[in-house]
Design a binder for this molecule. Structure first.
Ligand code: C5P
Length: 232
């Protein structure tokens, strides 16, 4: 999944043109969505892209239910909420999707939960956020809650994929940011792996932003990553 972390639609379109013909899932996050809006997202769908809308909803259940309904109507393939909102809030997201799409056999989007952001180190989680114990324990607890709520998977670090699959089953999906090909700047991420390492852990989807969008030649950067994965 390529993270289209750009300030506006024009910048995002330039990357899409650059990557034309390479099959990849597109992730739209808050920076682009708050600027380009729902029309940009439904436009991507009309052009045939697979779209993950990464808005990380975290609010009272009734509000998340409404928000999830609005997202479902855009026709995205995947969206997410924060597991920290609790089981009832995650269930409300699914209820919002069902209410918006009705019974008519329309396939619902994959709904996943953010566990701990991949930028969060254990020290920050313990000392600032106030969650005791290891990051992995916190991630597993959130993943189990997401599964209990009926969600399809979680966003987590590739370092946690094996433990999540063991706790929640192989079919419970893992979506992993925090991917850094060898030699690429780590930036604000903390719990990282290379694409090859993440694939070997069994991750279902890798989210990759700056390693592609920040490269001098994004198309070449993505092709290099694909080569690395095919060679694994
Ligand atoms: O540039 P980079 O590859 O670090 O981008 C990672 C992307 O994944 C960003 O769009 C970020 O918002 C997103 N993300 C994340 N950690 C999460 C959920 C999403 O880094 N837990």
């Amino acid at each position: 999944m390529v993270a289209l972390d750009y300030p506006d639609a024009a910048a995002a379109e330039a990357l899409l043109r650059n990557l034309e013909g390479i099959a990849c899932y597109i992730k739209v996050g808050m920076q682009l969505y708050y600027s380009a809006g729902p029309a940009f997202v439904s436009g991507l769908k009309e052009r045939g892209y697979l779209v993950f809308l990464d808005l990380k909803m975290h609010d009272i259940p009734n509000t998340v239910k409404g928000g999830a309904g609005s997202i479902a109507k855009l026709g995205v393939d995947m969206f997410n909420v924060h597991a920290a909102g609790g089981v009832r809030m995650m269930e409300a997201a699914l209820e919002g999707v069902d209410a918006a799409l009705g019974g008519g056999g329309r396939q619902r989007p994959t709904v996943i939960a953010v566990t701990q952001l991949t930028s969060t180190s254990q020290q920050v989680m313990n000392d600032e956020i106030g969650i005791a114990g290891s990051t992995e324990d916190a991630v597993i607890r959130y993943a189990k809650l997401a599964k209990q709520a009926g969600l399809d998977g979680v966003v987590a670090s590739p370092q946690e994929v094996r433990a999540i699959k063991e706790a929640c089953g192989e079919r419970f999906q893992t979506i992993t940011p925090g991917i850094r090909p060898a030699g690429v700047d780590v930036g604000d991420q903390s719990r990282i792996m290379t694409p090859r390492e993440a694939l070997l852990q069994g991750t279902d989807y890798m989210v990759i932003g700056r390693a592609i969008t920040g490269a001098a030649d994004p198309r070449q950067a993505l092709e290099n990553i694909i080569e690395e994965l095919i060679g694994s």
